[in-house]
Design a protein around this ligand. Structure first.
Ligand code: M6R
Length: 354
């Protein structure tokens, strides 16, 4: 897992390399024509686990940047729902392995309803690549650790490019150049996080004694909160619950206390102030607060007990640095707890059964 975390500057680069030419996006393996893509009226993104978290990011991007009605669904629920799918629906199926049975079942259900399927996959010649109408590859190299890391950041790279591609097709007023420029700076920014590894190790030592965690974030940071909480659950066997931070007062706040640590994801400028208010609420109930915040952010020092500073980027890409820091936090907590990190109990790398 550690090797795969550290590979990410390279794997993110590989996911966009050759797909950005003179600030234009091109997908060599996309077999849908521009005319086909223009016809889609709605998009549904499906996946399981980490790939579902990538789907949540993709839905925000496609909705906000390309302004196409887009939702995301857990693949194992997909076939039981009577979702609105027609021949003008694009279903994007995300799977690192391309072998996850629930995702394949969702693909088949979508095709039964005449939806068109675009796979986003890491493994060439996998089942998904054969069943989808078209496929975009991550090119991240084999991911061996059960806990998915580099596949996620490659998935969100491809989803960023695809959202921008759709925005251009639909003539949306979006600064594509700016987002592409920022995307190409992400690998360098991830390398900066690696300079904080000693600090993250110290924080892991302090927080590993907690059995219960809240992982809180809003807007793009909710994706990160879900993904970082899953990492911690999988490899540390700790009870980490992710919530959109605004939900606290609707129930979960009853759990807060000094037995519970809160990890607050504050890298999204749009929701920064609101997230800080939510963190104050949990702190007032005795919870220790670890914040992941962009460098030079104001106000968080007065609230958080500990801070992991992140390189700043635009809101749309804020998931990249904060998720990598979340992966490292989970990894070092698991190391402290001496678990079998690459083969956590009860889990398999690919889930090919229902
Ligand atoms: O191969 P897939 O992306 O389809 O796998 C989906 C999930 O099983 C996978 O992401 C799982 O949640 C990981 N172990 C998370 O780290």
């Amino acid at each position: 897992m550690y090797k795969e975390i550290i590979e990410q500057p390279l794997t993110i680069h590989k996911a966009y390399f050759g797909r950005i030419l003179d600030n234009k996006i091109a997908f060599e393996t996309l077999s849908f024509s521009k005319a086909d893509l223009k016809k889609f009226k709605n998009i549904i993104i499906v996946g399981c686990g980490t790939s579902w978290h990538a789907a949540s990011f993709g839905a925000l991007m496609l909705q906000e940047i390309a302004q196409i009605p887009t939702t995301f669904e857990i693949a194992s629920e997909f076939r039981f729902k009577n979702l609105f799918i027609t021949e003008e629906t694009l279903v994007i199926a995300i799977s690192q392995s391309g072998e996850t049975l629930d995702t394949i079942a969702a693909v088949r259900a979508a095709k039964d309803k005449k939806g068109k399927v675009l796979g986003i996959c890491n493994v060439q010649n996998s089942l998904l690549t054969r069943e989808a109408d078209s496929c975009l590859f991550l090119d991240a190299g084999p991911e061996l650790s059960v806990c998915s890391t580099k596949a996620f950041t490659s998935q969100i790279t491809v989803l960023t490019l695809f959202s921008l591609y759709m925005a251009e097709l639909k003539n949306r007023a979006v600064d594509v150049e700016k987002i592409l420029f920022e995307l190409q700076k992400i690998p360098q920014k991830i390398k900066l996080i690696f300079k904080s590894i000693d600090h993250i190790k110290k924080i892991a030592k302090k927080y590993q004694k907690f059995e219960h965690f809240f992982f809180l974030g809003r807007h793009y940071m909710y994706t990160t909160a879900m993904e970082a909480a899953l990492k911690l659950k999988e490899i540390s066997y700790l009870n980490a619950n992710a919530y959109p931070a605004g939900e606290m007062k609707h129930g979960p706040l009853a759990l807060a206390g000094d037995h519970l640590a809160t990890v607050g994801f504050c890298a999204n400028e749009k929701t920064y102030d609101k997230t800080l208010s939510n963190l104050i609420e949990v702190k007032a109930r005795g919870s220790l607060i670890l914040a992941l915040a962009p460098e030079n952010a104001k106000g968080i020092q007065d609230i958080a007990d500990d801070i992991i500073w992140l390189p700043k980027t635009i809101d749309e890409l804020s998931v990249f640095p904060s998720t990598v820091a979340g992966q490292l936090l989970a990894y070092f907590i698991a190391k402290e707890r001496k678990t079998d990190i690459d083969k956590p109990r009860n889990l398999a790398k690919s889930v090919t059964v229902e």
